[in-house]
Design a protein around this ligand. Structure first.
Ligand SMILES: [Zn+2]
Length: 122
């Protein structure tokens, strides 16, 4: 029979075949570590989304309604267009991205904020 090793400390495991850890201590450490990694990853994503929202909100205040907003300065501020909270397709099937309540359309070099979301954002 093959020797299994503890998923936390790597020590050989004796006893039941389906055991994954040598004891409760190792199992708890392993699960805590997993949980911590998930929490940190989620925190990073939340941070990015909050920053994106802040950048979009500022852009909304500094540009007239419906005006193209150049993408480059937003990217320089740290805007990450790949991070958004929702994508809707309009009647023509074109995507409308949302960062929380702020909606925008993506073009090659600029974005245009959705007008009906501006009032809510301001
Ligand atoms: Zn162990």
């Amino acid at each position: 029979m093959e020797n299994k090793c503890c998923m936390q400390c790597g020590s050989p495991i004796k006893g039941r075949r389906d055991k994954k850890f040598c004891d409760d201590h190792c199992r708890n450490n392993y699960n805590n570590q997993l949980h911590l990694n998930t929490t940190m990853m989620m925190r990073q994503v939340h941070h990015i989304l909050r920053k994106n929202r802040r950048i979009l909100e500022k852009a909304a205040l500094n540009h007239p309604e419906g005006a193209p907003i150049p993408l480059e300065p937003l990217l320089e501020e740290g805007f990450l267009p790949g991070y958004h909270t929702k994508v809707n397709l309009d009647a023509e099937g074109k995507p409308q991205y949302f960062c929380y309540e702020i909606g925008f359309r993506m073009f090659e070099n600029h974005i245009i904020l959705l007008q009906n979301t501006l009032a809510k954002a301001a």
